[in-house]
Design a protein around this ligand. Sequence first.
Ligand code: AMP
Length: 218
Amino acid sequence: MRIVLVGPPGAGKGTQAAYLAENLAIPHISTGDLFRANISQGTPLGLEAKSYMDAGNLVPDEVTIGMARDRMNQADAANGFLLDGFPRNVSQAEALDEALKDDSVQLDAVLDLEVPEDEVVKRIAGRRICRKDSGHVFHVAYNPPKQEGVCDVCGGELYQRDDDREDTVRNRLEVYHTQTEPIIDYYRAQGLVTTISAMGKVQDVTARAMAALEREAA
Ligand code: AMP
């Protein structure tokens, strides 16, 4: 399947994407993770992306679209992928449509994770992520690790993302409303959107998402 995951920052896209990708045996492609990997390796692309990310703004399309396309062209994505954080505006959605058309394939579903805004702010403020695997996500209050600062799954160091600070979060939400939300209507016009609540336990949201994707695939 070829799936796009959308939802505001803090909706749990990264957490859900890791489970869904495993269940569906397709790669989880996160442009945020690709940028963060470039930053930690000190690549020119990472250097360019960092200032935009630290401010909570979108990295320019010229950089983002090429990077996403390169990743989608890798062998493991030939039969499907789960996109997390891409596309993030209508011109990226149009570029994705073009790329898929060139390969004579199409999207199967756009999964929209819905969560109230006050919940988003609480989730992000306490979020801690594993340096070894960004799918291992904890929360200081809702899902604390057994040992502070250490990932329960793989022992990696837990850290708070620079752009999870409160001032940056507000801008990321604004950017989501003005630039990313319009892609939901763009995809709704193609009959691809299925919206689920992202509230409740992680496993319950995954089950809801799997049921929605099975309906789309039927
Ligand atoms: P995420 O990990 O998806 O929350 O993304 C973190 C940050 O990376 C965003 O706030 C943007 O600065 C940047 N980013 C990730 N994906 C994109 C994208 N598709 N277009 C532009 N910027 C992006």
